[in-house]
Write a new protein. Structure first.
Length: 111
């Protein structure tokens, strides 16, 4: 599969963020199959969240697993230095946090 042109990547990436936030596993899978960048940070995304962070905050374990199996970075941080694991914990998504830990996420203390 060839990489999509930048404008197309942006459309796919922004759609991916939107559908992850909605918890739509089927559409997320279709977007990834179409070449959506799994670690996309939206151009208008003030927080610098990746799709995995959105899934973690929403507690969408199925989507989180799908993203991780497609290469999502566990160690990615938002603009404030928070990882997907931190967002899962802050939002009380304990099962999501456990899944991220099972995939190898590390909880780092903020300085």
């Amino acid at each position: 599969r060839m990489d999509a042109p930048p404008a197309h990547q942006a459309r796919l990436g922004n759609a991916l963020l939107r559908d992850v936030q909605r918890g739509d596993t089927r559409l997320v899978a279709r977007l990834l199959d179409a070449g959506a960048p799994v670690n996309w940070r939206g151009s208008d995304e003030r927080l610098g969240w990746t799709p995995l962070m959105c899934a973690a905050a929403g507690g969408y374990r199925g989507i989180g697993r799908l993203l991780l199996n497609r290469g999502a970075r566990l160690d990615a941080k938002d603009h404030d230095g928070n990882s997907a694991l931190v967002w899962a914990i802050w939002n009380g998504k304990i099962e999501m946090a456990r899944m991220l830990l099972d995939f190898g996420a590390e909880l780092e203390a903020k300085r």
